[in-house]
Ligand binder design. Structure first.
Ligand SMILES: [Zn+2]
Length: 400
């Protein structure tokens, strides 16, 4: 990389790290900055604003190149995970710094540097040479079960005003340039039990909410066991360590004191959904079993008691073909093939609902993401832009 390019990459990355785009906050300033930068670089740009619980958030969609088929989306998320109250930070998380080996700051790996690399890679190759469309999609709330891209995909086709939606996407999450054609979906839901209190000396006269929650957990376990019994060969290959759809109990709270019958209990659960499993059917089965086996008998004793299952929020699974012309080009640029699924969900799951084949591949190690002193090796910092430039060249400028 030439010194001038290095300086540009440093400056754009540093600016992006400087915006506090923790998912709970507005990312509009950062989105506008990206939009201006892309417009000045020659892209058509749309900023899509949404109101999320009173906070304005924005996604950026930008495109260049002829109105033909077989375009490429390069996508990343603008939001970052929180750092306040996270012990271990040795420097200001919003100020990008470096030593001889690495750069540091919240989002250097997950995934603002990738965004900077991609934009500069496109500029480096000159947009006038594009034979196929190149599109950037930068989202918000990826770290909140992909809710930003979920809203965006609903409006994306009309937003493009006749411009053809590309069929393939590169999602630059940190994989150390390994290619992942798939990942499990991810969802969360809450279960709330409302019981009937009383003195613990007459424990069997009340409706103990913690006790009923243990029955809910039993049902979730049984449904999980059934899912394990029907793992597909594909999922065994993609996720050799954890091939099945699986539940996790994340947070539980209930009751007030040892000598009282617990009146309430809440459980927050997550689910990792293997490609091919129908998550709506799984949640429906849970709902029906909880209703008939626990909630209904409770209401017969006391009508105000029962169990409620809250809204289900999810990112769908991703399952793009490993045998694919775009994946072949990506593999030759990165120097390796991808056959395994990623251990986390991405915006690619939402894109798949539009028929876009997404592949996850980017600079940095996933182990560094969400950590204090989040870092990216200087080699990945500089190589990333070259690799993305090579990919744009191979897919969009000189397609074979
Ligand atoms: Zn990420």
């Amino acid at each position: 990389m030439a010194a001038q390019q290095r300086a540009e990459l440093w400056e754009l990355s540093r600016r992006l790290i400087g915006f506090n785009t923790v998912s709970a906050l507005s990312n509009v300033e950062a989105a506008n900055y990206l939009a201006n930068y892309l417009e000045e670089s020659g892209f058509q740009v749309k900023v899509v604003r949404d109101d999320v619980k009173g906070v304005t958030k924005a996604s950026v969609v930008a495109w260049a190149g002829p109105r033909v088929e077989r375009g490429l989306i390069i996508s990343g998320h603008i939001d970052i995970v929180p750092f306040e109250g996270q012990p271990g930070w040795k420097s200001d998380p919003l100020e990008m710094i470096s030593d001889d080996e690495k750069i540091y700051g919240r989002g250097v790996t997950d995934m603002k540097v990738f965004i900077a690399q991609a934009i500069l890679a496109a500029k480096q190759g000159s947009l006038k040479r594009l034979q196929r469309p190149l599109m950037f999609i930068f989202t918000y709330d990826e770290e909140v079960a992909g809710q930003g891209s979920k809203r965006l995909v609903g409006q994306l086709p009309e937003l493009l005003e006749g411009y053809l939606l590309p069929e393939v996407a590169l999602i630059g999450e940190p994989t150390n340039f390994e290619i992942f054609p798939a990942h499990k979906g991810y969802g969360t839901f809450e279960v709330a039990v409302r019981g009937q209190g009383g003195h613990s000396s007459a424990a069997d006269q009340g409706l103990n909410a913690i006790d009923r929650m243990s029955q809910v957990i039993q049902i979730i376990k049984e449904v999980g066991r059934d899912l394990k019994a029907r793992i597909t060969p594909d999922n065994r290959q993609l996720f050799p360590e954890n091939p099945a759809t699986a539940f996790n109990y994340g947070v539980i709270q209930g009751g007030l004191a040892a000598n009282m019958i617990a009146e309430t209990c809440q459980l927050t659960t997550s689910i990792r959904i293997a490609p091919g499993d129908n998550v709506d059917a799984i949640i429906d089965e849970l709902r029906q079993r909880i209703e008939s086996e626990i909630a209904k008998p409770m209401r017969q004793i006391a009508p105000e008691c029962g169990v409620t299952l809250g809204d289900f929020i999810s990112v769908p699974p991703l399952n793009s073909p490993a045998n694919d012309p775009f994946c072949d080009v990506l593999a030759s640029v990165m120097g390796r093939r991808g056959e395994r699924g990623a251990p986390y969900a991405t915006d690619g799951g939402q894109f798949q609902t539009l028929g876009i084949r997404s592949y996850i591949c980017g600079p940095g190690l996933i182990e560094e993401a969400h950590q204090p002193n989040e870092s990216l090796p200087l080699t990945s910092f500089h190589q990333g832009q070259e690799r993305i430039a090579n990919l744009i060249e191979a897919w969009c400028v000189q397609p074979s």
